[in-house]
Design a protein around this ligand. Structure first.
Ligand code: FUB
Length: 323
């Protein structure tokens, strides 16, 4: 099967791909991060390697579409080799545009074995990308330094959120590759995230999942719509990760828990990881499942659902479609 996928990938490289869910059928594409630029949607994703029993990923991928149906494969503009400080685990990432430049925030395991966040920059959404700093941007020796999500607010202030178990943000400078001020940890209260994260080892948390329903786990996705700030995230449930969200009137909280967007079933993957966009008058949730043949928790694929916000801006509960 892996050989078949590789062969298909070679045949389809830089060609149009008809897509359903999973959107991309030629590679495993976890952690989809959509970006709208001009009249196209760009989808940045990871690259699960089937056959491993962990998230041992080595590169990131880009696809684009003008109609959300036909996707162009732009290959893999960056990999662990693009970052001299990275040695393993090319995990979730997001690319954002500012003033015609594209900043692809990634996370990876460092040569010191912790996780760190770095940023690659390009003049085009598909690259070529170059490590902007030659070192990581967020380096605190912390395993929670994963899953960056960036947003440039209307007043020009950009924010970078990220985290696993702990949720952090920092204010980015206008160069998008440095920051000013302290890294701030967002308090995890029941009001903000629907559950409390107790101090303790992660296996203790896992054994008591029912006590941690919806609590923030990872995969934040930060954006603003009609004056409301949204923070979608992967929350913990008994059966795996769900997608939940909180909202705020300010970019730095306090956050108010709003409920689940997508339940943990039946994605055939322990993790989920989402992104939300508006494109050509419609709203879309990007997420991942293990539903591509040969897939599972370590062979995850991007999927998309169209949805409509409720009148008051709430996101409805969204079902997984298997087309
Ligand atoms: O893909 C590796 C990790 O799994 C991501 O960083 C998390 O969000 C989870 O999807």
């Amino acid at each position: 099967m892996p050989y078949l996928i590789t062969l298909c990938a070679l045949l389809f490289f830089e060609s149009e791909i008809f897509a359903q869910n999973p959107v991309i059928q030629t590679h495993f594409t976890p952690d989809p991060a959509p970006m709208v630029y001009k009249d196209r949607v760009y989808m940045y994703a990871g690259d699960d390697i089937p056959g491993y029993d962990f998230y041992y990923m080595t590169k990131w991928r880009v696809y684009s579409s003008s109609d959300m149906v036909n996707w162009t494969d732009h290959g893999s503009p960056i990999s662990l080799e693009s970052f001299s400080w990275a040695r393993d685990r090319a995990w979730a990432a997001q690319c954002v545009e500012r003033d015609g430049k594209f900043y692809w925030y990634i996370c990876a395991q460092t040569v010191n074995n912790d996780m760190a966040i770095g940023v690659a920059v390009a003049d085009s959404p598909t690259g070529p990308f170059k490590d902007a700093l030659g070192k990581s941007l967020i380096t605190t020796g912390n395993w929670s330094n994963i899953d960056p999500t960036a947003y440039v607010d209307d007043d020009g202030q950009a924010y970078l959120y990220w985290g696993n178990a702990h949720l952090y943000y920092v204010k980015l400078n206008t160069d998008m590759i440095s920051y000013t001020g302290d890294i701030v940890e967002i308090p995890q209260t029941v009001e903000s995230f629907g559950g409390l994260r107790r101090p303790g080892r992660s296996d203790e948390v896992l054994q008591k999942r029912e006590e941690y329903n919806d609590v923030f786990v990872e995969g934040p996705w930060f954006y603003k719509r009609n004056g409301t700030y949204y923070l979608m995230y992967a929350g913990m449930t008994k059966g795996g990760e769900c997608l939940s969200y909180a909202t705020s009137d300010t970019p730095i909280g306090p956050w108010k828990y709003q409920g689940k967007i997508m339940s943990e079933q039946p994605t055939n993957s322990f993790t989920n990881h989402g992104g939300v966009i508006d494109f050509k008058g419609k709203s879309y949730l990007f997420y991942h499942t293990g539903l591509l043949p040969g897939g599972g928790s370590y062979g995850r694929s991007s999927a998309i659902e169209e949805f409509a916000y409720e009148k008051d801006g709430r996101i409805p509960v969204i079902a997984i479609s298997r087309q």
